[in-house]
Structure formats: structure tokens, C-alpha cells
Ligand binder design. Structure first.
Ligand code: AMP
Length: 395
């Protein structure tokens, strides 16, 4: 099964002269009123170029940051329109609002093959609330709807879900289609499947841990999450971040992996410090001493996880192995990044820190698929239906 893609939309009556509303993910970092990293804008170009070439009147919409329903000038998409225009090598009109007369005037003014960007969707509270009236106002700007924003596909918002049924024709953009195609591999993997999960909190990733523990041939855990698991095994965790209320859940995940005959790996050595600081005294230990906290997996663990990547045929990785933002505690994440890149396995990597590690090492072209959506990819590999995908007619 699958969602209709751009090919179907372009073939089925074409889009020449039609207003095609593209929900893109242009949630990029800004500095001093300029786009400081345009990766997401570039990722949206293939779909936009195809629609421009097909003579559509292209209406692009996105969110930026979390304005929580208020007009916040520092979260305006105007600088993004400028950068998008440079990359597309054509003028991109900007509408000061994403609905109502300001948006309608700009969209009405578009000719064939022209592009407009609408102001931040989240300046309206109706976006994240999936308010039907707001969804109708968005749909009023569209003859056809394309979702290319994988990063928000796990949210049932007005622009990702509510408006879709009100537009006669819809399709997944090329970026969304490619994400779904690659992530499906994790659901139906060539085995062995290795899942590497890191990051700060078990509470954020409990559902994915529960889903993957019985399914992955090997589930290797790093980051602060590991300490809640070590506590569940009765091992010393010193002053490391342990989520006391989830120790019981961690035990259940360990038991589920065991019952399914799967391997769940935890760090066997650690980089520890007494404080979370770049210049803190750091040591590598096998057992975390009282008063010290684990801030990265140790070299033995990193090498073991990297070796698992070499043996696997499918690898899914989300989340850093340590406090990757600080050089002193970035070694584990880097070593794992190297291992995943060197592996011949099909590799899918999601999440900001894991991708940052891959990019810093210049290894992105050795990863099968770098996902643009951390949270959405975690929901997808659990086997959950993504509202933005369901809305497009996936069955
Ligand atoms: P997440 O957003 O859940 O992927 O978590 C990413 C965050 O986890 C990063 O900011 C890391 O600094 C943090 N993190 C990873 N390992 C540790 C650790 N051992 N102790 C504290 N924070 C950590």
C-alpha cells in the first residue's frame, strides 16, 4: 500500500495553472534575520521544482519554531522566502499571513510556474489545534494539496491533516515519499536489524524502546537513557541522570527483549565527570563512582556498538550516545557514527544530534537515508500510523 505521489498528481490531469498548496518543512535556524542552515530548504527543492516546471501556481506553507499562536516577528518566514528564491533562482512572493485577504491576494497574483511562501502557520493557534475553520481557510487557497513535510507528519495539525480532505486532489511530495520508502525498510528489515537508541530521556523514548526491544535483533542503548536501564539491573549509576519513576518500565523492556530472544546491549564503560562542563575532569571507568555522572559511553562500548553495525544488515540510529554538544563527551557518538557509515548495512539515521555527528565527520553520503524527521521517524518505526500520511489516503 502507499500514498499517491507527485507522479500521479502530475499525470492525473496535470497541475498547469492550478494552485498547488505544498506543506513543506522550512523550520530552519535563523541568525541575525538570515537563514543560518538551509538544509531543509534544499531538501524541499525537488518537489517545488517539479511543480514549477509543470506550470503550477505553487503556494508553500510551513511552520517556524514555536510561536504558540502569536505573531512573533523573530519567527517570520520572510528570510526563508529570500533564501528559497535564491535557491530556486526565481522570485518567491511572500504573503504576510497564511490565511485571509493577505494570503489570497498574493496567491491570486501568482502566474503559472510562480511561487509564493505564506507566513508562519503557527502564528495562528488553529494550526496546532487542527481547528476546522482554520483548516478551511487554508484549503480555500488550494486546488491541490501536496505534503512534503515528513518532520510534522506525526502531528494532526490543520496543515498536515485537517485541510487535506477539503482539497480534491492530494499527493505526497518527493521528500515525504522517499522518507516513507526508506523507513519501511526498518519495519521489514533484512536481518540482523540493529537499533541504536540514545538521547536524554527514557520518558521520551519509552514507546519506541518497547516496540523495538522484541523486534530488533540487537538493541544498543546509549546516552543518559542507559543509566535508568543500568539502575534496573542494580548496577551503580553514581550521579548520572536516572529517571527513578521509569526503572520499572526499563526492567520490563529488558524482560521483553529476553523473552523474544533478542539482545539488548548497555554500556560496559563510561566517560564520567563530576559536573557537566566542557573543562570538567573526565575519566573512563567500568563502574560509575559515587558523585560522578556518566556523560558519554566509553571507548570499549563505542567500539562494541560500531562492531555491531558492521555485522548488521539493517541499522536504525536515533539519538546521541553522550553529551555530544561538548567535545569532551562527543567521542562515543562520533565512533558510532563512523561504525554506521562504514557498515555495508542499509542505514537509516534520524534525530538532530545523530545527523550532526554524521555531518561533522563528512559521512552523510555513506548513510543510506538521513531522515529529516526525528520524532516522526521514531513513531513510524514503532509501526504507528502518521496522521499526515493517513490524511493522504494511506491504507
Ligand atoms: P534527545 O533529544 O532525546 O535525542 O536527547 C539529546 C540530548 O541528550 C542531548 O542534548 C545530549 O546532551 C543529551 N544526553 C546524551 N547523553 C547524556 C548523558 N549521559 N547525560 C546527560 N545528557 C545526555
Amino acid at each position: 500500500m502507499g500514498v499517491p505521489g507527485l507522479d500521479a498528481l502530475l499525470a492525473d490531469g496535470g497541475v498547469r495553472g492550478q494552485r498547488v498548496f505544498v506543506r513543506a518543512d522550512l523550520n530552519v535556524p535563523l541568525r541575525d534575520g538570515r537563514v543560518s542552515d538551509d538544509t531543509r530548504i534544499r531538501a524541499s527543492l525537488p518537489t517545488l521544482r517539479r511543480l514549477v516546471d509543470a506550470g503550477a501556481r505553487v503556494v508553500v506553507a510551513s511552520h517556524l519554531g514555536r510561536p504558540e499562536g502569536e505573531r512573533r516577528p523573530e519567527l517570520s518566514l520572510r528570510p526563508v522566502a529570500a533564501r528559497l528564491g535564491e535557491l530556486l533562482e526565481q522570485r518567491v512572493a511572500f504573503a504576510d499571513d497564511c490565511v485571509g485577504p493577505a494570503a489570497e491576494a498574493v496567491v491570486d497574483g501568482l502566474g503559472e510556474g510562480e511561487v509564493a511562501l505564506l507566513e508562519n502557520l503557527r502564528f495562528h493557534a488553529g494550526e496546532t489545534k487542527n481547528d476546522p475553520e482554520f483548516a478551511r481557510a487554508l484549503a480555500a487557497l488550494a486546488d491541490a494539496y501536496v505534503n512534503d513535510a515528513f518532520g510534522t507528519a506525526h502531528r494532526a495539525h490543520a496543515s498536515t491533516a485537517g485541510m487535506v480532505s477539503q482539497v480534491a486532489r492530494h499527493a505526497a511530495g518527493d521528500l515525504l515519499a522517499s522518507e516513507l520508502q526508506h523507513l519501511r525498510v526498518v519495519l521489514e528489515p533484512e536481518r540482523p536489524l540493529l537499533c541504536l537508541l540514545g538521547g536524554a530521556k527514557v520518558s521520551d523514548k519509552l514507546a519506541v524502546l518497547e516496540a523495538l526491544a522484541p523486534r530488533a535483533d540487537v538493541l544498543a542503548i546509549g546516552g543518559a537513557m542507559a543509566y535508568t536501564f543500568l539502575r534496573a539491573l542494580g548496577q551503580p549509576t553514581g550521579a548520572s541522570l536516572v529517571e527513578e519513576t521509569l526503572v520499572g518500565e526499563a526492567s520490563k523492556v529488558l524482560a521483553a527483549a529476553k523473552a523474544a530472544g533478542r539482545r539488548l546491549l548497555l554500556p560496559t564503560d563510561h566517560v564520567v565527570a563530576r559536573e557537566l562542563a566542557e573543562d570538567a575532569e573526565a575519566r573512563v571507568v567500568k563502574e560509575i563512582p559515587e558523585g560522578w555522572m556518566g556523560l558519554d559511553v566509553g571507548p570499549e562500548t563505542a567500539a562494541a556498538y560500531a562492531a555491531e553495525a558492521t555485522r548488521a544488515r539493517t541499522v536504525f540510529w536515533n539519538g546521541p550516545m553522550g553529551v555530544f554538544e561538548m567535545e569532551r563527551f562527543a567521542g562515543g557518538t562520533r565512533e558510532v557514527a563512523r561504525g554506521v557509515a562504514e557498515s555495508a548495512a542499509v542505514s537509516v539515521v534520524g534525530g538532530g544530534d545523530s545527523l550532526a555527528a554524521i555531518n561533522q565527520l563528512g559521512l552523510a553520503d555513506r548513510i543510506t537515508h538521513c531522515s529529516t524527521g526525528g520524532g516522526a521517524s521514531l513513531e513510524f518505526v514503532q509501526g504507528l500510523a502518521l496522521p499526515g500520511v493517513v490524511a493522504l489516503g494511506d491504507v
